[in-house]
Design a protein around this ligand. Sequence first.
Ligand code: DHB
Length: 410
Amino acid sequence: MDTQVGIVGAGPAGLLLSHLLAADGIESVVLDARSRASIETTVRAGVLEDHVAELLRSSGVGERMDAEGSVHHGVELRFAGRGHRIDFNELTEGRSIVLYGQHEVVKDLNAARTAAGGDVRWETETTQVTGVLDGTPTLHHRSGPFTDELRMQRSGDVSELTCEVVAGCDGYWGPSRRAIPEALRTEYERQYPFAWFGILVEGPPSSDELIYALHDNGFALVSTRSPTVQRMYLQVDPDDHVDNWPDERIWEELHTRVRSETGSDVVEGRIFDKGIIGMRSFVCEPMQYGNLYLAGDAAHIVPPTGAKGMNLAVADVRVLHRGLVERFRTGSTDILDRYSEVCLRRAWKAQRFSWWMTSMLHRFPGNDPFQLRVQQAELDYITGSRAGSTSLAENYVGLPLEIPSAAPAT
Ligand code: DHB
């Protein structure tokens, strides 16, 4: 065996798993087709549930997050020109979220793995995962960099990495999920008829907390990354293109969708990044097959509203880490045997929440006036009822984590 755990994918899930396993003396090798620089600069969401922030701290990678990120105790829902605060502090007994970019988490994990001598191989593409049911789990891989020309030249150049367990942390497009025979997996999927146009802005925050706004023109979200970098989103058509959105048009649309009766509005700054983000839901059942365990986007994708993607990946990794520690220490697979069931239960609740937030806050094509009235009534109910607000708040800060413990020795 080349290593104990072969991890496909050096995003947050794969790196965190490798980092946590190393602290328990379990060896892993992480492979990713992308370059370190490209992973570290891909902009994703930036909301960490409190258990995620706490885990980063307790495992020694939370220092920069605490210095540069910010703790938020609520969010605002804005509709019909009015803002309504959802107070996490009051509704969830003091719980909170941390605003800190996902790619910053990746940088911190990379720094920690590199400093500890961890084996992370970037520009190393896994072409196939075999031997996970019986035989020797093997990651077939080849080295980049992968310009199209080199990909052709190197196509014969495949090496093998053998391991005891494979963690498939390689996202929706990765090869891990395909190692589960098609007849044995069920995939659930939903496409949404809109996308998000995201910008990064150099400038001060527009408000102390995130603003989720529903306007007749569609959804808008005002978020933040740091005291000097802001993140904002606009609902757009899924076929729209970045070139259709010069800066002036972006600001005009943000002002229109976000401005409230009290005059509260977005603060403009220099836009230095623009991108369009597709929206869909996806779940693969089961998340385990033999010695293969899927985690994060390889197993489930949520639409971005509510920022559950990375939080869910971290929850998977926590269960997987606990199960692997038990397996390598005692030989027992009691926890691993429940991996798929436990993770899917949380994943479906996150799907429900993300789908619900998305449905409540976006304009659907067709401008159905009945649907719009129901959406407004829903927002009115959620912001006006303590039960409604509590439901949003407890999902937003993160539902309780279920991490099975080892069966007591008999
Ligand atoms: C961010 C992204 C989200 O999807 C969200 O719901 C809130 C914030 C962000 O990128 O900051």
